[in-house]
Design a binder for this molecule. Structure first.
Ligand code: IMP
Ligand code: MG
Length: 179
């Protein structure tokens, strides 16, 4: 059973739903008058993007990109574009939706790329923030929850591509990634 691998539930589904409502309201207020391009980073952002966009009440467009840098529980440092955007973002206000900001390397690279494609502004909304692990100047303008330095899974976050389907954010048992 999937649940047997979970050490503890860190953030419940109810808390995530509630926080997405607040973030949606805040983003809708801040982007009033613009038609932002909201870009979800595959695959981790999918559940968060789905929950968040239901609460965005202004005109917006949604797009997806995929970048990769992680293997197991360690960042590989080198960020690769796996799926690029298929539409122009020239002069657009872009909001990147990410599951978690850890070292910040992924978002540093993604922001740089989006600006090089002509974006007018690039901001970030992240479900989770692990500031203790940061090695770049990157910070998300909108953060769902700030968490301690623990490896988390669920609500989109994976360990070796598994556990993304858990409806909450949880801590994985150490024995799962130690062997
Ligand atoms: P960064 O480039 O180090 O900021 O890493 C960001 C990416 O690493 C996220 O998009 C996640 O895919 C992954 N990541 C970082 N921390 C965790 C974690 O605790 N659990 C699962 N994935 C994580
Ligand atoms: Mg990711």
């Amino acid at each position: 059973m999937l649940m047997d691998d979970v050490k503890e539930v860190l953030i419940s589904q109810e808390k995530i739903t509630e926080r997405c409502r607040e973030l949606g309201e805040e983003i809708s207020r801040d982007y009033e008058g613009s038609v932002p391009v909201i870009i979800g980073l595959l695959k981790g952002s999918v559940p968060f993007m789905a929950e968040l966009m239901k609460n965005i009440t202004i005109d917006c467009e949604t797009e997806y990109m995929a970048v990769s840098s992680y293997s197991g529980t360690e960042s590989m440092g080198d960020v690769k574009i796996v799926k690029d955007l298929d539409r122009s973002i020239v002069s657009r206000d872009v909001l990147v939706v990410e599951d978690i900001v850890d070292t910040g390397k992924t978002l540093e690279k993604v922001k740089e790329l989006l600006y090089s494609k002509g974006a007018h502004t690039v901001k970030v909304v992240a479900l989770l923030d692990k500031p203790s692990r940061r090695i770049t100047d990157i910070s998300a303008e909108y953060v769902g929850f700030t968490i301690p330095d623990e490896f988390v899974i669920g609500f989109g976050l994976d360990f070796n591509q598994k556990y993304r389907n858990l409806p909450f954010v949880g801590v994985l048992k150490e024995e799962i990634y130690e062997d």
